[in-house]
Write a protein that binds this ligand. Sequence first.
Ligand code: BG6
Length: 524
Amino acid sequence: MSSPVPPATPDTVDPGRGNGVTESCTIVVFGASGDLTQRMVMPAIFRLARRGLLPPEFRLIGYARTRLTDDEFRALMRQAAVREPREGDEAAWSDFAGRLSYIAAEYDRGDLQGYGELARRLEQHGSGAGAGARRLFYLATPPALFAPIMNHLSDAKLAGTAYQRAAGGWARFVVEKPFGHDLASARSLNAELARNYDENDVYRIDHFLGKEIVQNLFALRFANAIFEPVWNRTYVDHVQITAGETLGVEGRGGYYETAGALRDMVQNHLMQLCALVAIEPPSEWNPRAVRDEKVKVLRAVRTISPGDVGSSAVRGQYGAGFIAGEPVSAYREEEKVAADSYVETYAALRLHIDNMRWAGVPFYLRSGKRLPKRATEIVVEFRPAPHTPFLPGGAGGSGVRPNKLVATISPHEGVVLQVEGKLAGQDMQLRRIDLDYCYTRDRKAAESPSAYEHLLLDALRGDPTFFARADEVEAAWEIVQPVIAKWAAERATDFPNYAAASAGPLAADKLLARDGRRWHSPEE
Ligand code: BG6
């Protein structure tokens, strides 16, 4: 067994992975009977336990309003975590299940005896208020409950400044998205949390940051001498960041009606990817240095003025269509969606980063539901070679395509550097050569930790590098806020404006066409 991990601060945290958590701790999941817990959180915690990365004395307490006994909770979690049992899952589950218990109680209104019960359970598990107690509170609840729950935990002296940290003890929060509904609400939520909590104890999760290929962007950019010299306005023509999904809103219409693509995907996931592509090299690898750089670059994104929203942003909503020959409904026909909803299921932005590195290089971001292909990717397109003897009509015939670095995040994970090469044969015919690395091929899928596994383990180990800091979240909201305001003030008149399984609204193509460019297609 490795020696105990010393208490980490965001500046000193040991970036090493692979080591699990060795000291006892308890995870408390709020919203424990909900969809997010079942789809993401519980499967990830179970897999961490299975991989031997949680301490032997680990305990998990589920907390939610649904009336369930401990056994009913365990049965529900089993269904969620062991969907397709693999060898060894049964034995692992019976050990894991013994560590689970459940509290059915109110979060905020009425009888708040649940927090007293929680204090008793934590005490029982050795994670009580005493010295060295370690607990992680996971808030998988609607955002309106984040501050109330955190305030009740502080009042109960279970976390926050009221909680006595001693001898390596800690109390941390993982807070799910959406973090705020707009800039003002994100600011007020941050301010509210700061009343009782140290920023270092709040882990705002963005699961894209737990994806292997996203983390690999750091390694690619900052551990290779060949990229840095060309990673700038002199060599990069533009950057495209796409998150395309074939899925619709999948029963989440109620939530989606309050969000839309801009809030659901662009403000968080895509803005994070944009920051990682664009940041300056941090001087050292620690959470403060990395996140400082992200904030800096997000703040350098040029504000889209209300008058520019029309030329820099595109919204869309899917209508009915066919996917793999099967009819699918329009967004407006989805459950819990208004028949005249003007919520966007597609959003595209053109951003400019006003700094020395990126002046004049557009960053195009887009995300949409019900597109023909699931494809999430970052494309860095380089400028064409300044002079080449291989011109259209001359040797090479087809001309020379610009180099691209494509980082694919889904459906598989990999990186491809597209370069021009010679087609084997007598003539000087050019062809594209892919210098390609595919993670998915490299590792057995079963061994790949999910984004949630990565991030949960980071939170347990006290490493916030891949979590969003308060100022970062606000900087990202600042970028989208003018678009949110304009779109709210001027409702779309042409919705639905793209059919399910089509490539998205025509206006998104025009956004690039106006600049003499076009969207990269995943088939390329
Ligand atoms: C979530 C959004 O954050 O990310 C969903 O709320 C979206 O609407 C999902 O489908 C996409 O994540 P992934 O990992 O499946 O690409």
